[in-house]
Ligand binder design. Structure first.
Ligand code: G3H
Ligand code: ZN
Length: 276
């Protein structure tokens, strides 16, 4: 059943589990997430992002993800990750996303608060949940111009209280797009943040986390860990092998079979590490 993300995160943040939010790019990976979640009787969070909506617009994405979420008796949230504008959030909400992230992490805090509040006002009036970011997670990719700044705990408290967001992304040691599990979580900083905030916390760039850190984080006040690159690696690298091994195959449905299986294995492994 479709729900907003707040409904999924309520309770999870205080338990010894966290929900993996997976960046998905279409039917093939989204379906694998739902199949695994269904098998584990766990909630699922399908996350589109700003790159994905350039490839397939928000209306098509919402229709696709809503259609494949029907007839499953688990809570499923369709979330837009890292929206950089109010306008994109409006489009996503109108299209049927049940949750949005407004990312003002590169803005001065006052502006981030003002803009996030505007999104929260609209989204909450439509029953849609909102995530935002304080501090900046940054990218393990020099071509992307985004600062990486650890979250200041006092700023996190003020930001959460003033905006009324349902989930708060914090920068505590990860970077986006890491292809190796070498991120170093600053647990003292995370503890300080969670001791003065009550909103469920979100860890972005979680492909970069070692297995033990995923499991450890699920015991903190973390509701969701975002995972994208791990699935792109599983799908892309396996597809490359399949194409090389079947040089005469032109049917993409056949070429996608093994990449989908590999994505499914990664999804299952991440759920297990997060306590499901
Ligand atoms: O916005 C993306 C998510 O935070 C996932 O990051 O691709 O580094 O796992 P990742
Ligand atoms: Zn992210």
């Amino acid at each position: 059943m479709l729900v907003n993300m707040k409904e999924i995160l309520m309770g999870v943040a205080d338990s010894n589990t966290a929900v993996p939010g997976f960046n998905v790019y279409g039917y093939e990976d989204a379906m694998m997430v739902i199949e695994v979640a269904n098998k584990l009787n766990a909630p699922a969070i399908l996350m589109s992002n700003k790159d994905a909506v350039l490839h397939m617009d928000v209306k098509c994405q919402a229709a696709l993800y809503r259609a494949i979420s029907e007839n499953h008796n688990i809570p499923i949230s369709i979330h837009l990750d890292h929206a950089g504008s109010y306008e994109l959030c409006v489009k996503a909400i109108a299209a049927g996303f049940t949750s949005v992230m407004y990312d003002g992490s590169q803005l001065p805090i006052e502006e981030n608060i003002t803009r996030t509040k505007e999104v929260v006002r609209l989204a909450h009036s439509c029953g849609v949940s909102v995530e935002a970011e304080i501090g900046s997670v940054g990218y393990d990719d020099p071509s992307i111009n985004a600062k990486a700044i650890y979250t200041n705990p006092q700023e996190a408290k003020i930001f959460a209280e003033e905006t009324g967001v349902d989930a708060l992304a914090v920068a505590v040691g990860t970077l986006h797009r890491m292809q190796k599990q070498t991120a170093e979580i600053q647990y003292e900083l995370l503890e300080e943040i969670q001791s003065i905030t009550s909103v469920p916390l979100v860890i972005h760039g979680s492909t970069g986390l070692a297995d033990r850190d995923l499991t450890k984080l699920s015991t903190y006040h973390v509701g969701k860990v975002n995972i994208g690159t791990a699935l792109r690696m599983a799908f892309g690298n396996t597809l490359r092998k399949e194409i090389n091994n079947h040089k005469n195959e032109i049917d993409r449905i056949k070429l996608f079979e093994e990449p989908m299986r590999q994505v499914k294995e990664v999804v299952l492994n991440k759920y297990k590490l997060l306590g499901w």
